[in-house]
Ligand binder design. Structure first.
Ligand code: DAH
Length: 343
């Protein structure tokens, strides 16, 4: 069976393998491709394996031994070539993987869009900060409020039209419950705060308020107010004017002029509206007045010893005055392009 001339015998599958396999191994481009070639050339179904299985059929011992050697030689030559090529490919593939995974630490970072505080929240924070600077503390109260704190404790008569369902949003907790409503202003915290605290009181209360209003350029059904209350001995209308004028100068600029126009609120007596001169015109900033003794009586404060002033302003309105915004609906709009202008 050995070829004495040592020339490849085209009919011998091992010779065919010997001549063609080394080039195929060298040409393999990937480890996977090489694995396939390995199965084909030295695997269990390969010509080499078949030849090994055929050895037993060779009767002559010398011929059988020679043939065995020839098979083993070829098998180990091919296995060596495959191992070499595999090592080459593996290191090349690793180099590619490393190059692809390389992190460029000098590349610019991905920017994350930063949000910001809403203009109304910012306005409320700023107003509260101004009063905190004047020595006030801050408190908050419930949005679902009883009729007592929202109206009765504030000396608002039971016949007052603001109590009607056309103005006030009532919550339905059933018949036997006291009427519960969405507070129509932040003023109910006046009585709540005085009930819980001994005088003197210097407090501001930011928060949401609700009215059965249709949205238009100057009304929102959900809006924000900042309530203020100062109660002490010998508080006068002069203190009210000085405090609120100082606030206006902080909020709108040190040159800001203010004026007080008589007005009516059941919970203050006398009452006024404070207007400020801004953008070439007089604009209403807030309601205010001296605390009505009737309110003190509701909370057990002595009206003969104590006096005080109160004020309430709309955050939307103050933001509009400050920024020259003419339509309040802008502030309830979800379009961030609008809000970005006031960052
Ligand atoms: N609560 C009033 C409103 O919503 C605003 C107000 C006026 C509050 C006068 C006060 C005040 O504390 O003294 O229209």
């Amino acid at each position: 069976m050995t070829d004495p001339t040592n020339l490849p015998d085209p009919m011998d599958p091992l010779d065919d393998l010997r001549t063609s396999a080394p080039a195929r191994i060298e040409a393999a481009e990937t480890v996977a491709e090489l694995d396939a070639i390995e199965v084909e050339t030295v695997g269990r179904q390969s010509p080499i394996a078949l030849a090994r299985r055929g050895l037993g059929a060779i009767e002559d011992p010398d011929a059988r031994r020679n043939e065995g050697l020839r098979i083993n030689e070829l098998a180990s030559a091919l296995s060596d070539a495959i191992d070499r090529r595999r090592a080459e490919l593996a290191s090349a593939e690793l180099a590619v993987a490393l190059a692809e995974d390389r992190v460029d630490v000098t590349a610019p970072g991905r920017r994350i869009e930063r949000g910001s505080v809403h203009l109304i929240q910012e306005t409320m924070d700023e107003i509260v900060d101004i009063f905190v600077g004047l020595g006030y503390t801050m408190a908050t109260g419930p949005e679902a409020e009883s009729e007592f704190y929202n109206f009765t404790a504030l000396n608002i008569p039971s016949t007052h039209p603001t109590r009607l369902e056309s103005d006030t949003l009532y919550l339905d907790y059933g018949e036997e419950q006291e009427e519960v409503l969405l507070r129509t202003h932040t003023s109910p915290m006046q009585a709540r705060y005085m009930e819980e605290h001994e005088p003197p009181v210097y407090v501001v209360v930011p928060g949401r308020a609700f009215r059965a209003d249709v949205m238009d350029a100057t009304h929102l059904p959900v809006f924000h107010q900042i309530e203020g209350l100062a109660v002490d001995e010998n508080i006068t209308f002069g203190d009210l004017k000085g405090t609120l004028a100082a606030f206006a100068k902080e909020f709108l600029g040190s040159e800001t002029k203010v004026k007080f126009i008589p007005h009516y609120f059941p919970f203050t007596e006398p009452s006024a509206e404070m207007h400020a001169y801004a953008h070439g015109q007089w604009l209403e900033l807030m309601g205010c007045g001296m605390v009505n003794p009737a309110v003190f009586e509701h909370v057990g404060y002595d009206p003969d010893r104590l006096s005080g002033f109160a004020f309430g302003m709309g955050a939307e309105r103050l933001a509009m005055v400050r920024h020259g915004i003419t339509d309040m609906r802008t502030l309830a709009d979800a379009d961030i392009r609008v809000l970005e202008q006031y960052r």
